[in-house]
Design a binder for this molecule. Sequence first.
Ligand code: ADP
Length: 160
Amino acid sequence: MTKKGIYPGSFDPIHKGHIDIINRATKLVDKLYIAVADSPHKKPLFQLHERKEMIEKELSSHKNIEVIGFDNLLIDLANDLDAKILIRGLRVVSDFEYEYQMLGMNRQMDSEIETVFLMADAQRQSISSNFVKEIARLGGDISNFTNEFVSSKLKEKFAK
Ligand code: ADP
């Protein structure tokens, strides 16, 4: 039986914290879907297709990964894909509260889906897309936080 997992997020843009979690998750499942939430209400910096492109570029060497966009209920998507393992990353204590609630509600909607929480290496735990964007916007060095392709896309975006 193929064990399928799903790692949802905004990935606006993907950073080294996400990549750390993805590397760990691919050791646990045979196939990992990276599910990129469209989330227009969050006013993302990058369009859905740009966010997907950056992830695909970063993870091109992984064979068991597929990047997909979604704008429906995560539980419905997981069922459509038959992916019963939901991967989430935990960074700070404040993440826990939100994740705890989300897990509780998802479990009430579908008790078959298990959520697995992973933590990145210590120096990657503090990375967030919002801070990466803010530092890039102000012209700071983000090479510790994102890979080259994403850095160049951020520079392009803020040069406009
Ligand atoms: P953000 O925009 O806050 O960086 P996303 O919405 O894209 O994050 O997050 C997708 C998932 O990745 C969430 O489960 C989030 O907790 C996790 N995540 C994001 N950054 C990190 C990190 N630095 N370490 C571990 N998990 C992370």
